[in-house]
Design a protein around this ligand. Sequence first.
Ligand code: ATP
Ligand code: MG
Ligand code: FE
Length: 335
Amino acid sequence: TEILAIESSCDETAAAVVRDGRVIISSVVASQMSSHERFGGVVPEVASRAHVEQISLVVDEALQKADRTLSELQAIAVTSGPGLIGALFVGVTAAKTLAQVAGLPIIDVHHLAGHMYAAALSDGVEPPFIALIVSGGHTELLQVNAGGEIIRLGKTRDDAAGEVFDKIARALELGYPGGPLIQQLASQGDPEYFDFPQAKLGDHSFDFSFSGLKSAVLLHLDRAKKSSQPLRKADIAASFQRAVVAALIAKTREALLQTGLDTLVVAGGVAANLALRDAAKSLCEELGIRLAVPDFWLCTDNAAMIGAAAYMRYKQRKLADLTLTGRAEFSIDQW
Ligand code: ATP
Ligand code: MG
Ligand code: FE
């Protein structure tokens, strides 16, 4: 089974051809990074326009690289949400048009499910598992049952993990996107330099909260800038990164222990973070369970991951139709 997948939920226009949810035949990602860099974040209207300009080119290139025509494929998958509504419309409209022209079924893919199934491309992992999804806009702890049914155990109550990386990076004047830059700087710093507070939610929930940590780091930075001492940016970055990773791992450990599942998937842009990958590896070794993480380049937005998630649906014959539309808000347990 070969599926053409399209992703346009945020600031990358992407298309891929994926076989059986496992093999990437082609994958094209056109990043708009340079268009948004000077704003220090993604500007929705700029993103929509860039998607309109890129989408046909990107789809054609993915087909060309795969050496396939549309009629040789079995389905067209597209991210319908969550994301920027104008950006989503571009991908969904393209997918519906192509499906109509080629007479192919449409598969509706949730963006975070895509991030999660990126691990299947790198590792072959299949549910059941616990998934920690950490991206630019989301932080979720999921239980995925054998049939692919998703139960959300917890989510962030405020900022997403990637969002705090980006905000702290901006405060440290590192640039955008912040995650990789913080990681780089942190590698030269002392993670024990400062003990930033972690959220205490005061209940047994699996929810995360990063706004307290964010405020603590910003406050520390503010004070440090006013003092006469040299600013220890690398130490602050390393200490911040340690705190984020510890918070993510603590809840993930609880979820694994409580459910007794023997596989952990860590996915989303922040799953590219080496400190997080190391901590997840240690946790899984300690618990004697399997860890599946996507290859680095499959952690951030791409369409191959959408093709991987789509295959789960295709096998179950869960197809969408031409009424499919973009959804800015789309809870993963509604997928
Ligand atoms: P969402 O998937 O929630 O809609 P998104 O698609 O914008 O958001 P992704 O592409 O999944 O987000 O991930 C981008 C995020 O990952 C950014 O916040 C970026 O800073 C972060 N990130 C990327 N690499 C790293 C890294 N090495 N360490 C920490 N964070 C990272
Ligand atoms: Mg992006
Ligand atoms: Fe994403």
